[in-house]
Design a binder for this molecule. Structure first.
Ligand code: GLP
Length: 263
């Protein structure tokens, strides 16, 4: 696993965006051979999306032949609800780039048949040939997408009940009112994420430090689903100094040294 430690959240955002642009351009996507990107919501990736929009407007990247799959969606929120992940994605990213609407995939949180919705999502990913780069954030308890602690590391897209700690953490987007936060979500599984050719998880801020410590220096465990990245052939944790602050100094030194000349 690569651990790339940057100074602050802005440099994390810039590095992440540059990397995505590099991967897309290097791939030379076409209508027949699109680049497939897995995408997260949350506050962490906002800077990356802003940078990607800038790079797109500067003519450095086109999303015309990029297909996206979002990680998750709250159950019971209309796509027009300002806190739905649909709304988030269009507001913060899709409305500002040249992506084709038919290439955007987000789980339908209003579905009446969520088992079918989840099955279809997995099938659509499979049919397109899998995800090239899955980007994610991480929860304070180490969850990726909505794969809360004790999710199977082999899990697929499914319905999940959110933990109290996630509901509390996410209530900041719902006027601080815990009762407004949906208690369930549809989410890709840990296995869905790790099936991607490459996985890049972004983490900024000291509140993510315990999760990163467990994921990087602890063993692989369903207690912290991010730790599964240890066995991925192309896993990247891209973080700032604050998120890396609970790591042993020797770990920090090792990764700073080994990554100093890498992209
Ligand atoms: C939610 C999302 C996760 C995200 C996490 C952290 O639980 N389902 O995908 O990684 O929040 O969010 P933030 O980046 O705002 O800390």
């Amino acid at each position: 696993m690569r651990v790339i430690i940057k100074q602050d959240k802005q440099t994390v955002a810039e590095w992440a965006a540059q990397y995505v642009v590099y991967k897309i351009n290097h791939f030379r996507p076409s209508a027949k051979k699109p680049f497939v990107l897995g995408l997260p919501t949350g506050s962490t990736p906002l800077g990356m999306y802003a940078e990607l929009i800038k790079l797109h407007k500067a003519g450095k990247v086109s999303f015309e032949n990029v297909v996206t799959f979002n990680m998750d969606e709250y159950l019971g929120l209309e796509p027009t609800h300002p806190q739905s992940y649909h709304y988030f994605m269009f507001e913060n990213f899709f409305n500002h780039i040249d992506i084709q609407h038919k290439n955007i995939h987000i789980l339908d949180g209003m579905t009446k048949d969520y088992a079918k919705e989840c099955r279809n999502y997995e099938q659509t990913i499979k049919d397109i040939g899998g995800v090239h780069l899955f980007i994610g954030g991480v929860g304070e308890d180490g969850h990726i997408a909505f794969n809360e602690p004790f999710s199977s590391l082999e899990s697929r897209t499914r319905i999940k009940t959110l933990t109290d700690s996630t509901i509390k953490a996410n209530s900041r987007f719902f006027d601080g009112d815990i009762s407004k936060v949906p208690i369930q979500a549809l989410t890709v599984g840990v296995g869905t994420i790790t099936d991607a050719q490459e996985v890049m998880i972004l983490a900024t801020g000291a509140n993510k430090a315990p999760a990163l410590k467990q994921a990087i220096e602890g063993g692989i465990s369903h207690v912290c689903t991010l730790s599964v990245l240890q066995r991925h052939p192309h896993g990247i944790i891209l973080c700032d100094r604050d998120a890396a602050s609970a790591l042993e100094q020797a770990t920090i030194d090792y990764f700073l040294e080994i990554e100093k000349n890498n992209f």
